[in-house]
Design a protein around this ligand. Sequence first.
Ligand code: KMH
Ligand code: ZN
Length: 303
Amino acid sequence: MARPKTIITCAVTGAIHTPTMSDHLPVTHNDIAAQAIAAAEAGASILHLHTRHPADGRPSVEPDDYSGILSRVKQSTDAVLNITTGGAPTMRIEERIQAAIRFSPEMCSLNMGSMNFAFHPLADRYDTWKHDWEKDYIAGSEANIFRNTFADIKQAATELAPHGIKFEHECYDVGHLYNLKHCMDIGLFKAPVFLQFVFGVLGGIGAEVDNLIIMKRTADRLFGDGYRWSVLGAGAAQMPLATTASQMGGNVRVGLEDSLFISRGKLAESNAQQVTKIRRIIEDLGHEIATPDEAREILDLKG
Ligand code: KMH
Ligand code: ZN
């Protein structure tokens, strides 16, 4: 049987990294759109999009802060658009699903459990990390719970159901796979589901290959052949885990939402640079990447 092609998702800006951390993080609507388009041209077939307040680059989930970005990206690429419903850990589910309701994209993310959520240990892995984490981020992230209760998940699933959107189910730990299985059992989601295994967020499962094996085996047991999967490694784990996942038959997610770096101690100059790097690795190792239309078919999107 021919090996399925590898889908590259690019998560362009997110809500975690701040403009002080890298000059290359896109925070204006113009830059988010331009970097998304360049990432698609480099080989990303799915664009996972957050937006930000035009005034200062703070995370936003306002539909009006998406519209210019979405129309520009749609004009210039045929990439699959995937809008976050995670938003930022401080936001309520009602706000977080508004943009998906308004724009009815082919995909959106859906986070599969409540958790502590912090990125800061990743700083230890980079010798040249100079930012003031206490000021920028740690204090805030340690105080917050990323709330995704069963009631929140049910609300998102129910309100978005009429749109036929395929979810990128963000699973940060083994328990989140069981949460998803439960939600499927009560009829909230139908197979085939698309799982994003997330590694290396403090509060979730660590970024070790053993853990990837455990997530994959658990998903096999719970979902049989009724799922597709992808891997996201936060920070330093991004490229190593994406490489491993692609060799195991999985799909990959890169982008500045998940890591600001291109290699040890070196900031990525763009999202496209990360896409180009993982694409080169995947192709050098003998696999093919999926076009947007192939991704639509593999993931059974509404198109
Ligand atoms: N920030 C990532 C670790 C979402 O947007 O729904 C997970 C994420 C969440 O992309
Ligand atoms: Zn996201």
